[in-house]
Design a protein around this ligand. Sequence first.
Ligand SMILES: [Mg+2]
Length: 274
Amino acid sequence: MSSSSLKAIAAVIFDWAGTTVDHGSLAPVRTLQQVFAKRGIALAGEVARRDMGLAKRDHIRLLLREPEVAIRWEEIYRRQGAESDVDELYQDFVPLQLACLLDHAKVIEGVVPVVDRLRSNGVRIGGTTGYTRAMLDELQRAACAQGYAPDQSLCPEDVGTGRPHPFMCYQLAVNLKAAPLSACVKVGDTFSDIEEGRNAGMWTVGVLRTGNLIGLSEQDWCALPDQEKSAAIRNAGKAMREHGAHFIVEAVGEILPALEEIAGRVERGECPCS
Ligand SMILES: [Mg+2]
């Protein structure tokens, strides 16, 4: 493995929950489930995870339209969910999410050494999220205390809109002076991360084992029989590929070979859009 080739990469922009912290991306799922439970709706984890990665208000709006939720909502309230319901659900969501964020702020194993290695090659480190600024600030403080501190992280409200739009990535490229975009990499555990990166004209890496598609805590993952582990990785990898990920890795701790491959392609003048 030659470390010099990593220098061809201008920036790596990592997602937060499920990618660099919060193994299994559990915090947002559990909070969304609590918010809907208060309205009498049992939200399946699978449904809560479908549009994960979007700005939280956008995610709640889409959840109200999911057939499983919409049908139950009409049964209970005798009308369709409206924008005023999105507002109320979101108002419930914010304090609940803030309250449990620090319970799910552990930096995922392998992230810190990878970031150190990238930095020693001059690669800038960015972060994007679907969380709010207050949530992101809280997570950043907790992660920093564990040795993970991106050069800068942005949330949807910083740029006016979240994923799948590319604007958080664009703004980070400007702020971190990372160019060209085709020498930047977006890493994340949701389909919306991949769309965000592709829309920004960046290389994309989908994270499987620690993320939203598998959705298990580190402990629950370790307890899984080997056969189920392989099947889960296979299925998640297939889904990530189908959603356009250029590369897939089990976890950020195992990302260096993929980044070296990307660096080689950048050096050869290849573009992620081609
Ligand atoms: Mg995530």
